[in-house]
Design a protein around this ligand. Structure first.
Ligand code: NAD
Length: 450
């Protein structure tokens, strides 16, 4: 179902009318294309006080943008606030961004680099936590399709000092059109244990960083799963697209289009992990749990079978297949597991006690398993939490609720399946080793659960 309001505000009379009525003004978002893979303009690199990390300039250069310390109309601004550790130091954040925030080009990016709040120093912790409120507020007021994020770089417990090197893949994603529908997010990088065998892997072909890896995507016949399969194939992965046998025709069409292998299989089948392992004899470099269902009813009206089927597909099968595939070694070292949560799992939703429970469960899973999977298997575990994404699932939502879902976010529009897919591809990058146990909301900074 097309977003007619977005189309209307894209015309001069429509813009005039909706402005006069004080209605939201969504800016068309520019997404990645082969012809325009980068933002259009330069990257302004600022520092508040003294930086606490090395290598920021090198990490920024991987964005493909020209890094400068002065720019009239930057496409992106990165403020290094890693060294800000006192309340007074927050004045440096204001002093750095206040004069330049208006000059950011439409569809621009602001990324604030911070550090993990310290459990031992409450002044540092207060100050670094302050950056979160700052970023979330700026995301709400910046407008014109621009986005604002906070990336926390771990500075503690790193012998020889902290480096922004591990932030490379994250900055590449956030400072590009690939993150068009991500705003107001806080990403906390981990310090990859050097002996885990999971140190950043070299990328031999930047245009196809997943070359040589096999990626399996569940629920890949249509919607978000088909977009994930497509983006991972674009990035060079050999893709296995899994969906229920009942969706075989649609699955085969999708797989054919992408040069992927179709695997008709119900993910809840008792032998699902064995069948997946058999379909990937050389192991899996990327496993994306995307299959999901809704069976909405208020709790008072919800029969046990509706409850059970949602928990079974959205959570239990994810736990089971993850455990079995990790144990069997099917997910190779340096591998990536990405699961699909939802903002319903963060904010809750009427009629979705089962669905929200299953999606909150995914968040619990990635936070708990991420560090252990890295230590034991050299594998990262992360989740995307989509907001309102334009798919068949949301096209079925009644008009007024659908309109509210589309507008109740800082970008005043719904996201596209490709927005979620790009986030999955970022988690899947060979050099995303420091991204672990994270839940990235792809929701245009939805007001729900914010
Ligand atoms: P969709 O219904 O269009 O696609 C889901 C796919 O999963 C379908 O092809 C379906 O056949 C498959 N599937 C269902 N049960 C399966 C099973 N047992 N085994 C294998 N495949 C199975 O949904 P979508 O909108 O593309 O959503 C994809 C994921 O994103 C889901 O986990 C969903 O909960 C989540 N999500 C979607 C939105 C949104 O706005 N669309 C928002 C938040 C979260």
């Amino acid at each position: 179902m097309a977003d007619r309001y977005l189309h209307l505000t894209g015309t001069a009379p429509g813009r005039f009318l909706t402005r006069r009525l004080g209605l939201p003004q969504p800016a068309p978002l520019r997404r990645w294309t082969l012809e325009t893979p980068h933002l259009d303009g330069s990257l302004l690199h600022l520092t508040a006080g003294a930086s606490a990390v090395t290598g920021v300039a090198e990490a920024l250069r991987t964005s493909g943008l020209t890094v400068t310390e002065r720019a009239d109309r930057p496409a992106a601004i990165v403020l290094d606030a890693t060294g800000v550790a006192t309340a007074a130091g927050l004045g440096d954040v204001h002093a750095a961004l206040h004069p330049v925030v208006r000059s950011l080009a439409p569809g621009g990016r602001i990324v604030v680099l911070g550090t993990v709040p310290s459990p031992d120093d409450h002044h540092q912790a207060a100050t670094q936590q302050a950056l979160e409120g700052f970023v979330r507020s700026l995301g709400k007021e910046i407008g014109r399709g621009s986005t604002v994020q906070l990336v926390r770089i771990p500075v503690a417990r790193i012998p020889g000092g902290a480096s922004a090197h591990a932030a490379g893949s994250t900055l590449r994603f956030l400072l590009s059109p690939r993150s068009a529908y991500v705003s107001g997010q806080v990403i906390e990088l981990t310090s990859a244990a050097p002996d885990s065998g999971s140190a950043p892997a070299p990328i031999t072909d930047p245009a196809a960083p997943l070359t040589g890896r096999t990626a399996l995507v569940t629920g890949a016949a249509r919607g978000i799963g088909a977009a994930v399969a497509s983006v991972l194939a674009r990035d060079g992965a050999r893709v296995i697209a899994l969906d229920v046998p009942g969706a075989r025709e649609e699955l085969e069409r999708t797989a054919d289009r992408l040069g992927a292998t179709a695997l008709p299989l119900d993910i809840t089948a008792p032998d699902a992990a064995d069948r997946i392992a058999a379909a990937a004899p050389d192991g899996l470099g990327v496993l994306v749990h995307n299959a999901g269902i809704t069976r909405d009813r208020r709790l008072a009206n919800m029969p046990a079978d509706r409850w059970a089927s949602v928990i079974e597909v959205n959570l239990d099968s994810v736990l089971r297949t993850t455990d079995e595939l990790l144990k069997a070694g099917t997910i190779t070292r340096g591998g990536r597991i990405v699961a699909t949560a939802s903002i319903a799992g963060i904010a809750g939703n009427t009629g979705q006690t089962n669905y929200a429970a299953s999606k909150a469960g995914i968040i619990g899973l990635v936070r708990s398993l991420g560090p252990r999977a890295a230590a034991d298997h050299g594998v990262t575990v992360n989740a995307v939490a989509p907001g309102f994404i334009e798919t068949k699932m949301t096209a079925a939502v009644p008009l007024f609720i659908r309109e509210a879902g589309r507008r109740m976010n800082s970008l005043s529009q719904g996201g596209l399946p490709v927005d979620v897919a790009e986030a999955v591809a970022w988690f899947a990058q060979p050099d995303s080793t420091a991204v672990n146990g994270q839940v990235l909301r792809v929701c245009g900074q939805s007001l729900l659960g914010a």
